[in-house]
Every structure is written in structure tokens, then in C-alpha cells.
Design a protein around this ligand. Structure first.
Ligand SMILES: [Zn+2]
Length: 403
């Protein structure tokens, strides 16, 4: 019964926010409309490696100056839901790898327990919406690389019981049941899922866990599609057509993903967005980022002057052929053209990457992406889909066992 009352309340809130948004749209200066749209939309990021920093002893519960995110910065960036990657360093093998993954999951639960007003770990779409409406970040636990389960079915069940709802079958190494994009591209492995891999996909389907195909080889990708009954996500990949890299998806993969109802969540890593980033160009990018840091101090309200300053910086970067937020949007545009507007989202890879495009220095700059999507002519509905609604649709379908 509470659920029904809550739903009514949610609808009222939604209607109210639409009215408010329309009102603000006609009263706000045009250059500020994007901030309202961004704040009002459900913004989801498909991949963050911030737990790696937590495992190294950092606290993400107050504003940090290292890395790309923390709880206050998620909020400042208008982020509503984050898939937290559980990633195990290659040095951890066997039982140590398994224990590391469990400790990483426990560390996220502990953060949520200490911050019940700021973060809620969610296991379905209803919980996600509740978290968003009550002003908390919805945290989804996602495994990045299945090697730590050591080929054991019972471990998938254990992870599920600890709240895991997204499963990346591989990282940059293959297991005896799934092959990664790196190994397939190098010809190191024949490629594809083993019989056990196919059983695991069926198990994840039956549990209602998202299957994440980022890092997966093309043969394994095809095998997953042949087994799964659910739409897939690629939580942090970009487009091969714009940048040939084994971590990106080909147009055929984008089309297949869309046909199954899935979502490609575009990665922000410059190395996946564009080629030719040598040390000289990376050093130039770092100099531009240093100037961007100064803008953040100079314009703490992040208003029109801040946006204009970042525009200036991005124009300099463009002339030097360096990647900017526009480059991320180029990949979004391509994915939308090939897969369709219902099949594209965002997968920053923040805190797992050493460099970001100019303009997108950290998670607090996400509203600037919304601004550029508007400049490129996307309507508000389409922007809401890209920012989070497409992911939400898939998450709802998979976790609710809606066949
Ligand atoms: Zn990754």
C-alpha cells in the first residue's frame, strides 16, 4: 500500500516539476535553461571506478581534490544514479581476488550506511526512483570482470545476495568461460562463451541482473546475444566508427544492442574517443585542465561566465585537435544515428581514467554536457533519454523480470 501512495506522490511531484520546468524555461535566460533541465532530469552514469580510491584508503564522503568524484561532487554534478564498478586489480588472484571483490562491495555498503541521507544502494528501478525523489544518489553495484568468481555459480548467487545488479563478464583478461575484447582483437584466443559462460548468462537473466558487455570480445558479445532474453548494457564504451579501438563497439554491435532493447553508455576517456594522443598533446591537455581548475575557483556559481570560459577553453582545444565535451557528443551523435535515440546513455569511466576531455574535468561538469546536447539540437525529451531514462528503462525491465 505504501508503494501505491508513494507512486501517487511521485506522479504529483513529476507533474509539479514539469510545470516548474516550463515556467522556468520561459523566465530564465536561455543560457541557463540547460542547468534546470539537467537538475530536473534523472542523470545516470553507467561506470565509475571511485571504489578503487576507497580501497586505497581515500574517503569520498567529503569534497576531494583528487580524482573525478565523491559524494558531494556527485550531487554538484546533478548525478542521480551511479553504477559503482567492483574491479579487482590483476595482482589479486584466486581467493584473494574474491575477498577483494567482497571487501569492495562491503565498503560501498558501509558508505551508504554512514550516509543514509546521501546514498542508497538500490536493487531495482522502484528503489532507484525513490532514492532520486528523496534527494539521495542511487548506487548500483556492478562487477567489472567476472574472473574473481573463479568459474563458480554459487559465487554469482552470493554477489546477487550482496546487492549486485550489473555484471561485466570480463575486464581486459579472459576467463575459461568468456573472452575479452583485448584478447580477441590480438588473436590470443579463439573467442566466444563456453558452455559454462552461456549457463552464467542464463543465470544472470533469471536473477534479474544487468549484463554488461563493455570489455567483452565480439564473439562473446554475439554469444551473449544468442542466449540472453534481456536487453544488454555496454556500461562504458564508445564507437569504433569514430575511433578504432577494441574497447569500442562497431556499428554492427550498436545495431544488435539496439535490436535487443539495450543501451550503449558512452565512455569519456580521450583514448577511446580519439586517436593520436601522444605525450606532447597530453601535456597540452593537462595545461588546459589547469586553467579549467582556476575557472572553478573564479566562478563558484558555475553560471554563464563559467560556461563561457569553458567554451573558450574548448575552442582552443578544438583548434589544437584535442578532445573536448564536443568529442563525447560526437560519439553520442554517432550512436544515436546508428542505434537510435532510445539506446544511448553515459558511462564516464570517472576515477578509472587518467585523463578527461577538455571541459569535462570531473563529475561536476556533467551539466555542460547537457548544455552541448541542447546546442546540437537535441530536444528535452531526447536529452532526458540520453542522460538516464534509457538506462532506467533497461534497469526496470531486467530487475523486474519483465519478459
Ligand atoms: Zn573498464
Amino acid at each position: 500500500m505504501d508503494g501505491v501512495l508513494f507512486f501517487i506522490d511521485m506522479q504529483t511531484r513529476f507533474r509539479y516539476s514539469v510545470y516548474l520546468f516550463c515556467l522556468l524555461s520561459v523566465t530564465l535566460p536561455a543560457q541557463e535553461v540547460y542547468r534546470t533541465l539537467h537538475r530536473d532530469a534523472v542523470v545516470v552514469d553507467g561506470h565509475s571506478d571511485v571504489l578503487g580510491r576507497v580501497m586505497s584508503g581515500e574517503s569520498i564522503e567529503s569534497w576531494t581534490t583528487s580524482g573525478h568524484s565523491d559524494l558531494p561532487r556527485f550531487r554538484a554534478g546533478g548525478l542521480d544514479a551511479q553504477v559503482f564498478a567492483v574491479w579487482v586489480p590483476s595482482r589479486e588472484r584466486g581467493e584473494r581476488a574474491w575477498r577483494f571483490a567482497l571487501a569492495e562491495i562491503d565498503s560501498l555498503h558501509a558508505i551508504a550506511e554512514r550516509n543514509p541521507d546521501r546514498l542508497r544502494i538500490v536493487t531495482d528501478a522502484q528503489q532507484l526512483r525513490e532514492a532520486v525523489i528523496t534527494g539521495r544518489i542511487a548506487g548500483i553495484i556492478g562487477l567489472e570482470g567476472g574472473r574473481c568468481i573463479d568459474g563458480r555459480r554459487d559465487r554469482i548467487l552470493q554477489l546477487y545476495q550482496r546487492g549486485l545488479r550489473s555484471f561485466g563478464l570480463t575486464w581486459n583478461y579472459s576467463s575459461d568461460w568468456a573472452t575479452c575484447s583485448k584478447d580477441e582483437a590480438s588473436g590470443k584466443v579463439r573467442g566466444g562463451l563456453s558452455a559454462k559462460g552461456k549457463q552464467f548468462v542464463a543465470l544472470l537473466d533469471s536473477l534479474g541482473v544487468l549484463i554488461d558487455v563493455s570489455h567483452l570480445g565480439e564473439r562473446s558479445f554475439r554469444d551473449v546475444l544468442s542466449v540472453t532474453r534481456h536487453p544488454l548494457i555496454a556500461s562504458h564504451s564508445a564507437c569504433t566508427a569514430l575511433r578504432k579501438h577494441h574497447r569500442n563497439l562497431t556499428d554492427a554491435q550498436l545495431t544488435a544492442l539496439a535490436r535487443g532493447g539495450g543501451v550503449v553508455m558512452i565512455n569519456f576517456y580521450p583514448g577511446f574517443l580519439t586517436g593520436g594522443l601522444n605525450t606532447t598533446r597530453i601535456a597540452e591537455m593537462r595545461r588546459l585542465h589547469e586553467r579549467h581548475t582556476k575557472f572553478k575557483v573564479q566562478y563558484p556559481d558555475r553560471g554563464p561566465s563559467y560556461a563561457a570560459a569553458t567554451d573558450h577553453l574548448m575552442e582552443e582545444a578544438r583548434k589544437a585537435k584535442l578532445p573536448t565535451i564536443h568529442t563525447i557528443v560526437d560519439h553520442i551523435d554517432h550512436a544515436v544515428t546508428v542505434a537510435g535515440i532510445d539506446h544511448v546513455g553515459l558511462g564516464s569511466d570517472f576515477d578509472g581514467i587518467s585523463l578527461t576531455p577538455i571541459g569535462m574535468q570531473d563529475v561536476t561538469d556533467l551539466p555542460l554536457l547537457t548544455r552541448i546536447l541542447r546546442q546540437r539540437g537535441y530536444d528535452d525529451l531526447s536529452i532526458r533519454k540520453i542522460l538516464g531514462n534509457n538506462f532506467l528503462r533497461v534497469f526496470e525491465k531486467v530487475t523486474s523480470h519483465d519478459e
